[in-house]
Write a new protein. Structure first.
Length: 172
């Protein structure tokens, strides 16, 4: 709809056309998500540059972290391991509550049993501006209760290193 309005302008601006086309290409490349058939709480976003790296997001942005999400993460990690993925990045603003990191001891224990290496690091909101604006909109405009205690500026990023699978990578 947006593109049709711009193409109907009497004085065409090729810069404007370029911006619209770039927006469509970026949306197509970064708007691609995969949902597992066995889980519905997480979404997988493949990396554009590395076929062995993916990002995992919550399907409902403001859903609170509970056992169901952690169980679904473990199911998705098994599927990704079978597909030949070796790096999984998790960035959930909900990992922090009251400016403290939530306890993930049970999750870490399960990962250790699967021989998955976990690294955690803080990440600034400036590295993910779209996620920052989405979080700000849901927190202050929509006043979502689960986001009430979530800080906007600092988040945690978990990087999971999955063990190499000797099965051929027919999925990627």
């Amino acid at each position: 709809m947006f593109g049709i309005v711009f193409f109907k302008l009497k004085n065409p601006s090729y810069y404007l056309y370029g911006i619209v086309i770039c927006f469509i290409i970026i949306h197509y490349c970064y708007g691609f998500h995969v949902v597992s058939l066995r889980t519905r709480t997480v979404i997988i976003t493949p990396s554009l540059y590395d076929k062995k790296k993916v990002m995992v997001h919550l399907s409902v942005f403001s859903k609170s972290l509970d056992k169901e999400i952690y169980k679904d993460l473990l199911v998705v990690l098994d599927e990704l391991k079978e597909a030949g993925v070796t790096i999984v990045v998790l960035i959930f603003p909900l990992f922090i509550r009251h400016k403290k990191l939530r306890s993930t001891l049970f999750f870490q224990y399960k990962l250790e049993r699967e021989n998955i290496i976990l690294e955690s690091d803080t990440i600034s909101c400036h590295k993910k501006p779209w996620l920052f604006f989405l979080l700000m909109f849901k927190k202050y405009i929509l006043k979502t209760p689960n986001l009430k205690l979530v800080p906007l500026t600092n988040w945690y990023q978990y990087t999971l290193f999955l063990p190499h699978n000797n099965i051929s990578n027919n999925y990627c």
